[in-house]
Design a binder for this molecule. Structure first.
Ligand code: RB5
Length: 147
């Protein structure tokens, strides 16, 4: 599975921690769009790049990180076909997949510890989308994609 990852200067350390976790977990080809140091960059560019990769099918899933997780999640969600969920708890990670079939997760590098983010990523990856068996969830996600 191809996982695209992108971050600004406020999120690159968390991105890299999650990337290492995914490499250890195995099964992913990681497309890392940067950034990779603390020099200030603009999160809209990175969120859009990640969203474009997922929406175009170049990657199946994505992870974005900025300082709060807010800006880069807004940017990713501007791309049609993206369902980016800003994650801040294990329950949100589970629901983001189960109800919303989120195809990108967003985290705040200044808000969430690496081990917590990695646990949320695992929950997201290991949870099944309820839309596979329940029509109402499939219908609602289809409505999201049509917006
Ligand atoms: C950058 O300082 C910061 O604004 C950015 O990482 C993010 O938190 C925006 O939502």
């Amino acid at each position: 599975m191809i996982m695209v990852m992108a971050a600004d200067h406020g999120g690159y350390e968390l991105k890299n921690a999650i990337k290492k976790h995914l490499q250890e977990r195995g099964g992913f080809q990681i497309l890392d769009l940067g950034t990779n140091d603390g020099e200030a960059v603009d999160y809209p560019e990175y969120g859009k790049a990640c969203g474009d990769a997922v929406a175009s099918g170049k990657a199946e899933l994505g992870i974005v990180c900025c300082g709060s997780g807010v800006g880069i999640s807004i940017a990713a969600n501007k791309v049609k076909g993206v369902r980016c969920a800003l994650c801040y708890s294990e329950e949100i990670a589970r629901l983001a997949k189960q109800h919303n079939n989120a195809n990108i997760l967003a985290f705040g590098g200044r808000m969430t510890a690496p081990e917590e983010a990695c646990k949320m990523v695992d929950i997201w990856l290991d949870t099944e989308w309820a839309g596979l068996t329940q029509e109402r969830h499939a219908r609602r996600v289809a409505q999201l994609d049509a917006l």
